[in-house]
Design a protein around this ligand. Structure first.
Ligand code: FAD
Ligand code: NAP
Length: 309
């Protein structure tokens, strides 16, 4: 019987583990299906984490977090949690190997995954020219032409990352103003090889057995259709929260969620179910920043200690 089971080993889960173990909880296990670190490990450049005076990659930022947690006794199990249920004040976690773990409290910190735009060719060519990670796949397109789709912080940052590797980066956005912070947008101007394709919708990603060969876009004003010859397409059109662990056998959520599936929490990261906490990108109104996810994790860790006392 665990004191606390943490699901997800991103900034929120790791920080909760640090606070819970350092605060005296003995049996705390973090279930992370991959390597700890979370989605930020896919980022090429972080410049807004407090105390980091130099720009660092996501990998560099997260490198020491698991080691620090381990020092205070946090255990990491490399499992995917399939479902969490609650019966008579005790939680049960069902793991990917069908084993079951009992816990007195649970923190859900499963974050989010890239959204699909739903355009023709996107799923067909995924992994064969279509990617959602520039840090992982950018190098395959060294000195080649690629397209980036989206107008948020991720699209702008990763377009800049790709511009340092690729010959041309077409940045395709459906509006003529960006959702990204003005500071990021300003940086685009320094790159002659980033070609803005604004007010255009993406119609189809085309290719053959060798992979992607182009992307078809449509001018929203003139309705003109054109094909951009690219070998890679990077899709950064937002993210969906990963709340599947909370879905029960009857299809209902274990706790209250909003229309977007984000978990409702109070200021102590408590959900509508006693002993169940949520932190980071998965919660309502998350600012989707590493520092905020870590802050949520700290609050959740402290709240769990109070709950168990
Ligand atoms: P995540 O980081 O998503 O971690 C969740 C973890 O849970 C993952 O490791 C996942 O594998 C695991 N998991 C999910 N489901 C299960 C399951 N069922 N069982 C076991 N494990 C599971 N923020 C900034 O502050 N500055 C930036 O510059 C910045 N740049 C970014 C660039 C990119 C490309 C991206 C994608 C994000 C960026 N962000 C940035 C946002 C930041 O990464 C997130 O806000 C933050 O990582 C959220 O942390 P989290 O712990 O809530 O979730
Ligand atoms: P986002 O902010 O939701 O932006 C998604 C972009 O994709 C928007 O520009 C949107 O267009 C566009 N889009 C959505 N659906 C589309 C579709 N079907 N076809 C074409 N375009 C589509 O997502 P994000 O950039 O991944 O960022 C997610 C969160 O992480 C944000 O809160 C962000 O601030 C944060 N983040 C922060 C940093 C940082 O602090 N440096 C870096 C990365 C991410 P519209 O604008 O028209 O809606």
């Amino acid at each position: 019987m665990l004191d606390l089971a943490i699901i997800g080993g991103g900034p929120a889960g790791l920080t909760a583990g640090l606070y819970a173990t350092r605060g005296g909880l003995k049996d705390v296990v973090m279930f992370e299906k991959g390597l700890p670190g979370g989605q930020i490990t896919q980022s090429s450049e972080i410049e807004n984490y407090p105390g980091q005076a130099e720009v660092v990659t996501g990998m560099e930022l997260m490198e020491k977090w698991p080691e620090q947690c381990k020092r205070f006794g946090l255990e990491h199990k490399m499992n995917e949690v399939k479902r969490v249920t609650k019966d008579n004040d005790i939680f049960t976690l069902i793991l990917d190997d069908s084993s079951e773990i009992k816990a007195k409290s649970v923190l859900v910190a499963t974050g989010s995954v890239p959204k699909a735009a739903g355009i023709k060719g996107e799923a067909e060519f995924f992994g064969k020219g279509v990617s959602t990670c520039a840090t992982c796949d950018g190098f395959f397109y060294k000195n080649k032409d690629v397209a980036v789709v989206g107008g948020g912080d991720t699209a702008i940052e990763e377009a800049i990352f790709l511009a340092n590797i690729c010959k041309t980066v077409y940045l395709i956005h459906r509006r003529d103003t960006f959702r990204a912070s003005p500071n990021e947008v300003e940086k685009l101007k320094k790159y002659d090889n980033i070609k803005l394709v604004l007010n255009h919708t993406t119609e189809e990603i085309i290719g053959d057995t060798m992979g992607v060969s182009g992307i078809i876009v449509k001018d929203k004003k003139s309705s003109e259709i054109k094909t951009l010859d690219v070998l890679g397409v990077f899709m950064f059109v937002g993210r969906n929260v990963l709340n599947q662990v909370l879905i029960q056998e009857d299809g209902k959520f274990l706790c209250d969620v909003n229309d977007s599936g984000e978990v409702m929490v109070d200021l102590k990261m408590k959900t509508s179910i006693d002993g169940l906490f949520a932190a980071g990108d998965i919660r309502i109104d998350a600012p989707k920043q590493v520092v905020c996810a870590a802050g949520d994790g700290a609050v959740a860790g402290i709240s769990v200690i109070g709950y168990l006392q």
